[in-house]
Design a protein around this ligand. Structure first.
Ligand code: BES
Ligand code: ZN
Ligand code: ZN
Length: 482
């Protein structure tokens, strides 16, 4: 935070709207010259103005003044960070376009946009010539400095959480096993004020978690259930929320083996729901969340072998309900069923599942949106609001109760796959069977879990979608009315 650009910044970003005045204080050019260079000020557009005697200026398009909002600023900041990819010390001048917006919101959006766009997964390649972002200075008017700084601090917390979750998702399955995730969760929990309990296979057996154990049966690696607890520093918490994450470290499809195409080569990302919950929960103490939050991360890989669960087998979920497995690739709902029953036993105000659950959600919405379901209107509204606020967009699908019949089994309480249609909805209906009537929300994040190319603040690879959404949702949570 500063009122002037620091002397060692090698690049200064200057937001320019597509209408209205053009800032000229740093020797920038006029609108006609910008337009002649093909720069119209649209969100995502940038124009580099090199100078012989000072830092490079990057004009950053932020679109029409009337449409300026948090998402536009985040996108514009991300475009700036990418245009400045060769630079390590960045400054951005927020005294012009957008200065009429809440400075706290602007500070947060700028920091999120820049830090998320500069993310790279570099555990296995050394790009020696790559510049690393070391400094980011926000230049503001004096009376906005305090609010902008608060927003920037918030954005640093959320962006760090997202990038941590992205690292977990991008890590190949052989390098990130359920056991290792358990250890990392302990460390992260210690650093961020969470209680962490890790349940091993013996403890899972004692608890009767037949869903998680059944999916793990074909694996050489043991499963882990990771329970995270956030207790706010307040005598009267605003409510009690449980989050359940699908933590399939690698989904081969099990006995129902997947083909070896590009999509299925991305199945190390099948723990994205668990990663998003872990990431989100690391933000709660620093952001002053007043809701009590419990996270259940259900972790194992799903492998075929001589010991794997066979089709037609019946698993007993924690609490005693039985499931006939007719497709070993519909494993996410099996591992989450155990956690849903455990969560419902605590009688929280709501439970929300987060999972890369169905290819059907990807087919329906593509990468831009997650499918959301909720069996209380107020809960749906809260999930929708958190998604809109963070630009992690969700779209609601209905619980069509009469499709529940497609999950009827002749030999067990339920089977793990419905018919060929409405796969996202029948998966939601399956999960709902284990909630014991606790208000239930569900995010199927299969579509937006990854991006093939850099796209605004989404950097290539895992997006850790829902990390910021869940953080906001928990912070703003109130027990659903109906
Ligand atoms: N992990 C997959 C879903 C998935 C597919 C995630 C593509 C990301 C990209 C899930 O376990 C799965 O295989 N679901 C099946 C369910 C079916 C067997 C009922 C699917 O969607 O085909
Ligand atoms: Zn899966
Ligand atoms: Zn699967």
């Amino acid at each position: 935070m500063a009122r002037e650009a620091p002397a060692d910044a090698t690049v200064i970003g200057v937001p320019v709207a597509s209408d209205g005045a053009v800032p000229r204080e740093r020797g920038e050019v006029d609108r006609a010259t910008l337009e002649a260079s093909g720069f119209a000020g649209k969100v995502g557009q940038t124009l580099l103005l090199p100078r012989v005697d000072g830092p490079t200026i990057i004009e950053i398009g932020v679109g029409p003044v009337a449409d300026l909002d948090e998402a536009a600023i985040r996108d514009a900041a991300a475009a700036f960070a990418r245009a400045a990819v060769k630079h390590e010390r960045l400054a951005i001048d927020l005294t012009g376009a957008g200065s009429e917006l809440d400075a706290r919101v602007v500070g947060r959006a700028v920091v999120e946009g820049v830090l998320l766009a500069r993310y790279r997964y570099r555990a296995f390649i050394d790009k020696a010539d790559e510049a690393h972002l070391t400094h980011l200075t926000l230049i503001t008017a004096r009376d906005h400095a305090r609010a902008a700084a608060a927003g920037a601090a918030y954005g640093e917390v959320t962006a760090r959480a997202v990038n941590t979750a992205r690292d977990l998702c991008n890590t190949p399955a052989t390098h990130l096993t359920a056991r290792r995730l358990g250890k990392l969760a302990r460390t992260l929990g210690e650093e961020t004020g969470l209680e962490v309990e890790v349940f091993d296979e013996k403890e899972l057996e004692a608890l009767g978690c037949g869903g998680l154990l059944g999916v793990n049966a074909g694996s050489a690696e043991p499963p882990r259930m990771i329970k995270l607890t956030y207790t706010p520093d307040t005598k009267r918490p605003r409510g009690r929320l449980h989050l359940v994450g699908k933590g399939i470290m690698y989904d081969s499809g099990g006995i129902s083996l997947k083909p070896s195409d590009a999509l299925h080569a991305a199945m190390k990302l099948d723990m994205s729901g668990a990663a998003a919950i872990l990431g989100a929960m690391t933000t709660l103490r620093e952001l002053g969340c007043r809701t009590e939050v419990t996270g259940w991360l259900m972790c194992t890989d799903n492998m075929p072998s001589g010991t794997a669960t066979r089709l037609g087998d019946v698993l007993t979920i924690h609490g005693g309900k039985t499931v006939e497995v007719i497709n070993a690739d519909a494993e996410g709902r099996l591992v989450m069923a155990d956690a849903l029953v455990l969560a419902s036993e605590a009688e929280p105000d709501a439970v929300v599942t987060v999972a890369t659950l169905t290819g059907a959600a990807l087919r329906t919405f593509g990468p831009a949106m997650a499918a959301m379901m909720a069996d209380r209107r107020d809960l749906a509204a809260q999930l929708q609001a958190a998604g809109d606020a963070t630009d992690e967009r969700v779209w609601e699908l209905p619980f069509i109760r009469r499709y529940r019949r497609s999950l009827d089994s002749a030999i067990a309480d339920i089977k793990n796959m419905g018919g060929e249609n409405a796969g996202t909805i029948t998966a939601g209906l399956f999960l709902q069977d284990f909630t014991g009537g606790v208000p239930f929300g569900h995010l199927d994040i299969c579509g937006p879990m990854m991006t093939d190319t850099d796209d605004a603040w989404r950097s290539v690879g895992a997006t850790a979608f829902a990390t910021r959404l869940l953080s906001r949702f928990a912070i703003d949570f109130r027990p659903p009315a109906a």
